[in-house]
Design a protein around this ligand. Sequence first.
Ligand code: 7TS
Length: 406
Amino acid sequence: MMLNVENIRSQFPILQQQIYNKPLVYLDNAATTQKPQSVIDALCGYYTHDNANVHRGVHMLSERATAAYESARDKIRALINAASTREIVFTRGATEAINLVASSWGETNIGAGDEVLISEMEHHSDIVPWQMLCERNGAKLVVAPINDAGELMFDAFEAKLSERTRLVGMVHLSNALGTINPVSDIIAKAHAVGAKVLLDGAQAVAHLNIDVQALDCDFYVTSAHKMYGPTGIGVLYAKEALLESMPPYQGGGDMISMVTFEKTQYNDLPYKFEAGTPNIAGAIGFGAAVDWLCETGVELIAAHEQRLLVYATEEALKFEGLTLIGTAENKATVLSFTIDGVHPHDLGTILDREGVAIRAGHHCAMPVMQHFGLPATARASFAAYNTETEIDVLFAALKKAQEIFA
Ligand code: 7TS
């Protein structure tokens, strides 16, 4: 079975527009995906019919809002196959989820002489929180290198693991390179030395089937907006025993069961980690995005994107003066590249005039750029609604840019 891409495209109102009188070709999906009508309707429907605060009111609207919010949590639980909704904490996104772990789990489990092991291909959000923690607590940030294809050097990674390693932070699917990391092997090796593993799944969940129990990862984070859902909402999955052992991240309403000036008793999981009024609409929109992903089929989407990536890679290899950045054997959805004599930002600007939206820059992964000795790359990243015709438009626009700068 193949995706019916025309049908999918018709569900995304934003794609029906023109940019500078040219059809919009949206290839910046790693930054954020567009939203189907069902997600937009869920957001609008909540504010139109059900808006109320959650977990508080005795009235009908609050009951409906709470039921929809909690039902979204269960949809996300099912999508990644977590054992319980107690393990699903809503956050602002992947970034906040990592900061939550670094602050709460990190402060209690990482001290002087301990090590946090990450890879050279991490997004800044899986570097800086650990760097800040290590600076505070006298721990050491250790980095496993990548090769020139943009793959983790597994032997070097293994060599850097030791009984000092308390946590391994690893991107599941790299936003800058498209590399899919061998996460099962990484987790097995890390657990063998007693380290916990956090997987950064910000790019992965819309492109791969995720089973956190089969993976046996300790923490998994993602953002709704990269999986056809709204911005400002994401999720931290963590094993229940870990969450039980962790102190709250923020204090306030909803995360308590009893407060006196002498002492506060914290709420049950997952509410202990959800202080204050949450992003209720966002969570409900997230739930609608999960419905959309499941109804469309993550595997069908992945197969479609893989065909696009293969086609785009063939075109790229034929394109004189183009260098691919990130040629891992196991990769998905991201085509990162440079073109001789044209700065990626200029490429991005010229492509925009052709209606083509890509990202140009360091992709919040400056160490990846440093590895390749580049200030930036141009990046096209694919989603369910992209087509081969759009890839043809991309390469025609690149040709135009090349001619302008020749
Ligand atoms: N981790 C990875 C691998 C990412 O690609 C991103 C965002 C994040 C974490 C952070 O997600 P957030 O939702 O909390 O911001 N990546 C990108 C990108 O590639 N272009 O714009 C944002």
